[in-house]
Structures are given as C-alpha cells and as structure tokens.
Design a protein around this ligand. Structure first.
Ligand SMILES: Nc1ncnc2c1ncn2[C@@H]1O[C@H](COP(=O)(O)OP(=O)(O)OP(=O)(O)O)[C@@H](O)[C@H]1O
Length: 488
C-alpha cells in the first residue's frame, strides 16, 4: 500500500499550522488496510478506494466521495467502522467528516485550497487476485486508475516552453494519424509532464468514448508486472495492456535498469506499435540520456517523436499564476487578482518548478482566504519566509547526498545502492530525512532520486530518523552539522 501526494511532502501547504499531513495520510493508510480486509476487495475497491482524503486548515479531515451515492453507501455500511478505526489510529484525535465532492466543493472555502491540494491516493496492497490494470473500457475512468480530474487541457497553460509538447499532445488526443508512434515527452520535474499526459488521456476518452485508454505510471507498470509474475498471471497482464488503443506510461525512466520489466515493456511497445495502436510516454530526460535503460528499449522509445518540455520561463510562470489565482478566487469568492508586485515576486522567486510556485500560492491562499488579492508584498514575504530561508540556497538532493556521503566517509553511490547493512542504511535514511526537510521534493521524488525507491521507503526513513534523533544525540548532532553545512 502506498500513499501519494500531499502526505508528508515538504510542500508549502504543509506549513499551515495544525495541518499534520503526514499523520493524516498515515492514519488513513492504516484504516484502509483494516477496511480492505473486513469489507473485501470488491466493496473496498468500489466504494472506499475512489474516495479522497482532504485536510482543513485546523487539522480536520474530510473523506470526499466522487458521488452522493458513494457517500450514502459509506455512511450506511462503513462509516461507523471508519470512525472507530480513525479514533483508534489517530493520536491527535482529529475530526473526520464525510462529504460528496459536490458538498465538499460548496464548503471548500475554509480548506487549505482543498480542491487544489495533492490528493492522498491509496494504492491497494498486493492482493492474491488476478492482476488488473483496470483499463478504461469507456468514458471516464475512476480515480484509482490514476488520472487526476484537475489535470486537463483547460487547466494547462501553454507558453513557449511547452508549446510544441502541448500541440503534439492535443494531436494525439484527437486520434489523428499515428504517424509518430510512440510519442515521448521529456522534461525536468514539476514542469507539467503528468498534467499533459492526464489531459491527453481525458481528451482522448472524450473524443472517442469507445476506445480503450490505459494510463499508468511506470511504477505501477512495474509493480503490476511483478505481481503478475508472482501470481503466474503474465498472460492476463499482457492481454490487458495489448488491448489498449492508447497506452500512456508516465515516468518511464523509472524502470531503467530493471531488466525483466524493461523487456516486458519492450514487447508491449512493439506489439502495440505494430498493430497501429498509440503509445505515449513521459520521462525526466530524453532517451539518449537514459544510460541505464536497455539499448533496445531506448532506441524504440526514440523511434517515434521525442518532444521536450522546457522549464517555464517568466511569462509562462506569470500566466500559470494568473490562471491558478482565478481558480482559487472562484472557490473563495474573492477578487481574481493579486497585486502586480506580489505576482512578480512569486514568479521571480519560485522558479525551480511549477509545483513549487503552486505550493507558495496555496500557502498564501490558505492563510489569506478571500483576502488573497489584498495581500501586500511585505505580508507575502512574511508568510513565505520560513520556506524562503530554506529555499534561498536551492539545496538539491544531489547536494544532500554528496554532503551526507562525505560526512559519513562513504560514496554517494552507496546511498543509492541496494545495500542494507546499518553502516549504509542509516546514513541513507538520514539523507532522505534531510531531503524532506531542506527541499520541497515530494516523497516519490525523493525515492526516485535514491535509486528508484518507493515513497513508502522514504516515509519510513523519515519517521525512523524523527524517532531516533530524540534518543540518539550523536545522530542528532550529525543532522545539525549537515543541515548547517547545506544551508551555508
Ligand atoms: N503549463 C502548466 N499549466 C498549468 N499547470 C501546470 C503547468 N505546468 C505544470 N503545472 C502544474 O505544476 C504541478 C506539477 O506538474 P506535473 O506533476 O505535471 O509535473 P511533472 O513534470 O510530471 O513532474 P514529476 O516528474 O515530478 O512528476 C501540477 O500541479 C501542474 O498542474
């Protein structure tokens, strides 16, 4: 079981007082494990898994169901049990409420930009059932299929940095001739690849509701494949994928170096392309730079169209800010503007990724609510100061790995390796903890940069270090020294 999104990432929304994202996600994780066992896969998958957990400014939590029918089912059949389990697992005794999406949207003004917050996504634990990628037979997929409703072409702001990629994505989504197949979008973290792929999937389904569109992250491809091998269900796995009219795989670089998964993807890709079905990938670098990727697969990834997204330039950052302010103001009923000097400050200061820019805006919105448009530059800087201090030196995960390896007299590669002995594992956990504290990277991002580890591993490391440093003064000292060194 994994928890994705706002949980425990050190994004800016995590700075709102009394919002203990990590802990809310952790509690929900535990509740779901028990519920799934008690309700069974079918009921759990139909009613509980598609619901999202959202967090309010004072730490209250709402379980939001996609429909009123789902809300009523949960209220009737599972709510008492959910409440019991929540109380049993939540040490801070936060209040949990249940709402349908429409109800929630009507009252979401008080929330930490809840409509924009990264959802907490529960991916179910490995089950003994036949593996299923649950391709989209027709129409709209459910949340569990990994698509995010807010990532559409309507909410995607085009600019010089992504214009070509945007045009290509629209063309693929219109099922126009498949001359370039596969299409691979690449670009740095946090500049809209997942957004673009989601938008493409939604639009392709809207334009051709009877076609099968399958969207999945490379991580999910890998885990489903591994499960299929364990369960001797690889034929079913292949069949499901090869029945797709459009297969979309996000973050394909993730499987680099994973031999059997690469082979499987290679066969899937060639089979689909031969049959004239469309395949789309995203990755954090062009195929030529995927040095650990199998050469065959790499060459097939480049065989169609390789299309880069650049980091957003200033005008695009301004455009994105304006669009997001409009959405926020619609939720708050406030003026859809901010002062020009504030906009300029945000666009100039938060350049590392659009995710970071959004995080800063979400923090301001959560603090100011309908007063967002009236915030002065001084007020904005005061609200964002804690993050600015950490961000000023732009500490990267690479910096953290180098400093940690140096401090403990080891190689950076050791931190990324599979080695599990304590002499390596503890510094690795410390480095993950530092990455969480000193960067705005999400847990999956951190995991990816530590040798492609799962974000639950990072979460475990962060919790372990939090607990250990209370009793281990040498470790605590190491962390302080490293923090000072990295902050400069
Ligand atoms: N051009 C854009 N218009 C509107 N929103 C954008 C744009 N580019 C990025 N964003 C927003 O920035 C956030 C990060 O984007 P996204 O998750 O798509 O990045 P990514 O490139 O896939 O990063 P990663 O590789 O880390 O997953 C999202 O909330 C997305 O909506």
């Amino acid at each position: 079981m994994t928890i994705k999104g706002g949980v425990a990432s050190q994004d800016f929304s995590a700075a709102i007082p009394a919002v203990a994202c990590e802990s809310a996600g952790g509690v929900w994780h535990k509740v779901c494990l028990t519920l799934k066992r008690e309700l069974g896969d079918a009921s759990f998958g139909s009613w509980i898994a598609p619901a999202l957990l959202r967090e309010g400014p004072s730490g209250d939590v709402v379980l939001v169901t996609p429909t009123g029918i789902a809300r009523d089912w949960i209220r009737r059949s599972a709510w008492r049990r959910i409440s019991e389990l929540w109380i049993a697992h939540d040490p801070t005794a936060r209040r949990i409420d249940l709402k349908s999406r429409l109800e929630f949207e009507a009252s979401a003004g008080a929330y930490v930009d809840a409509a924009k917050a990264e959802p907490i996504e529960i991916v179910l634990p490995v089950s003994t059932d036949a593996p299923s990628l649950a391709p989209v037979p027709t129409g709209k997929p459910s949340r569990t299929q990994g698509l995010q409703e807010r990532f559409t072409f309507e909410t995607f702001v085009p600019g010089p940095a992504n214009e070509f990629a945007h045009a290509v994505a629209r063309r693929v989504a219109s099922w126009a001739d498949g001359h370039f197949n596969p299409v691979l979008f690449h670009g740095p973290y946090g500049f809209g690849k997942t957004h673009l792929l989601n938008a493409l999937a939604w639009e392709a389904m809207r334009q051709a509701p009877t076609k099968r569109v399958v969207y999945l992250t490379a991580e999910r491809f890998l885990s489903t494949f591994v499960r299929a091998v364990m369960d001797r269900q690889t034929a079913a796995f292949k069949e499901e994928l090869r029945a797709a009219d459009l297969l979309i795989i996000d973050d394909v670089h993730f499987i680099a170096g994973k031999q059997s998964t690469q082979e499987e993807l290679f066969h899937t890709l060639t089979a689909l392309v031969e049959e004239g079905r469309r395949v789309v990938f995203s990755s954090d670098r062009p195929p030529s730079a995927m040095t650990e990727m199998d050469a065959h697969l790499r060459s097939h990834l480049s065989a169609g169209l390789v299309c880069g997204l650049e980091p957003a330039d200033r005008s695009l950052r301004m455009g994105i800010l304006e669009r997001k302010i409009q959405t926020l103001s619609a939720a708050h009923g406030s003026e859809p503007t901010m002062r020009p000097d504030v906009l300029q400050f945000l666009a100039d200061r938060f350049t590392d990724s659009v995710r970071e820019l959004e995080g800063a805006l979400n923090t301001l919105s959560a603090r100011a609510g309908e007063g967002l448009s009236r915030l002065t530059l001084d007020e904005v800087q005061a609200i964002l100061r804690p993050h600015l201090r950490a961000g000023e030196k732009r500490i990267t995960i690479d910096d953290i790995q180098k400093a940690t390896a140096d401090h403990y007299g080891m190689k950076q590669a050791d931190l990324l390796s599979e080695r599990r002995n304590r002499a390596v594992a503890r510094p690795r956990q410390a480095a993950m903890w530092l990455a969480k504290q000193l960067t705005t990277r999400s847990l999956p991002d951190i995991g990816r940069r530590f040798g492609g580890r799962d974000h639950t591993t990072v979460l475990h490391a962060v919790r372990r270090i939090e607990a250990l440093r209370l009793e281990d003064s040498a470790l605590n000292h190491d962390l302080e020294v490293l923090t000072r060194k990295l902050r400069g």
